[in-house]
Every structure is written in C-alpha cells, then in structure tokens.
Write a protein of this length. Structure first.
Ligand SMILES: Nc1ncnc2c1ncn2[C@@H]1O[C@H](COP(=O)(O)OP(=O)(O)OP(=O)(O)O)[C@@H](O)[C@H]1O
Ligand SMILES: Nc1nc2c(c(=O)[nH]1)N=C(CO)CN2
Length: 162
C-alpha cells in the first residue's frame, strides 16, 4: 500500500463541479482509497500568466497498485472531463498530477515522481501543507519552502466544500 498525493487544477468550465465529479470517479478506481482532501484554493496562474485564475486542491490517497498504472487512470479521468492539450501550461478543464509518494521514486518516459515542478509551485505546496501532519518534518520543510517562495497568489475559498 502506497501513500500518494495528487493535485487537482482547473481554469476552464465549472471547476468546482469538475473537482467534485472527478474525485467521485477517482474514488471508484480499484485499489485506491481517498484519505484526505485539502480546501479549495483560488490561485494566480503560474508559468503562463496570461490566462484565467485557477482552482487548485490536493488530496492524499492510498493505492494498492503500480504508480504508472495509477497515472494512466488519472489521464483517463482528465480526458473524461474534456481535457485537451493545446498550449503548454495553458488553460484546462482538469489537470491531475501525481506529486509524490512516501518512499516512491519513478523516472520513466510516462511518469516522474516526485513531480519535477511541485517544489516550485505554491498552488501545490499550500494545499499540500494543509493536509500534511502539522508537526512532521515534511510539513516543516514544505512550510519553509512556502515562506521562501513568498506565499502570494493562493487564496483559500472559505466555506466551500467539495
Ligand atoms: N508526476 C506526474 N504527474 C502527472 N503527469 C506526469 C508526471 N510525470 C510525468 N508526467 C507526464 O506528463 C505528461 C504531460 O502532462 P500534462 O499535459 O498534464 O502536463 P502539464 O500539466 O501541462 O504540465 P506539468 O506536468 O508541468 O504540470 C503526461 O502525459 C504524463 O505522462
Ligand atoms: N495557478 C496555477 N497555475 C498553473 C497550473 C495550476 O494548476 N494552477 N497548472 C499549470 C500546468 O500544470 C500551469 N500553471
């Protein structure tokens, strides 16, 4: 059984409904169990800044299978919600990234784990910090990195459940 973190991103369509429906589909993947969900965050676009704000969140899951197999499931779910790959880091209905797993490393053409950019993305680090045990060494490292990056452009959507 592996503990893994998955990020959700969307800036096209009804992003909250897309997240709700996608997490429901994800919960039906064989061998996958959702353990925690972060709050929803409204975030400034990163990397390619001339596009709409994003909705972002992170979840923690346990998974009984192979991580590359899980990535293929995530790609299928993105497609189900109308994901089209047109512009690099551009607008999207749903992006599901595998961020990292406890003691899991993968460097293949299909999957890089830890995700190559997660350490540079506040829209991932801030929701991740929320669901990482608060007195853990890992949480401390994430909080230090958030402070280093400047903690701007990521706002929690209060009172919004998914
Ligand atoms: N950890 C990972 N999580 C998700 N996809 C990954 C990962 N490592 C490698 N990939 C590969 O990246 C490919 C392109 O993914 P995608 O089009 O979602 O990139 P992106 O979201 O535009 O950019 P980024 O990967 O920087 O978030 C996927 O087809 C997948 O095979
Ligand atoms: N705020 C924000 N910016 C992004 C996002 C995202 O999910 N949120 N995803 C990207 C490509 O993966 C590029 N830029």
């Amino acid at each position: 059984m592996k503990e893994l973190y998955i990020s959700f991103g969307s800036n096209v369509g009804d992003s909250i409904s897309i997240f709700r429906d996608a997490v429901n589909v994800l919960s039906k993947v064989s061998g996958l169990y959702i353990q925690k969900k972060s709050s929803l965050y409204e975030t400034e676009p990163w990397g390619k800044i001339d596009q709409n704000k994003f909705l972002n969140a992170v979840i923690k899951v346990t998974y009984e299978g192979n991580v590359e197999h899980l990535l293929l499931e995530l790609l299928k779910i993105e497609k189900l919600f109308g994901r089209k790959r047109i512009i690099h880091w551009g607008p999207r209905t749903l992006d599901l990234d595998l961020l990292y797993g406890e003691n899991v490393v993968c460097q293949t053409a299909l999957l890089q784990l830890p995700h190559p950019y997660f350490w540079d993305r506040l829209f991932v680090l801030i929701p991740l910090a929320e669901i990482t045990p608060s007195f853990s060494y890992r949480n401390q490292l994430i909080m230090d990195r958030i402070n280093e990056l400047g903690n701007v452009g990521v706002i929690k959507k209060e009172g919004c459940v998914w």
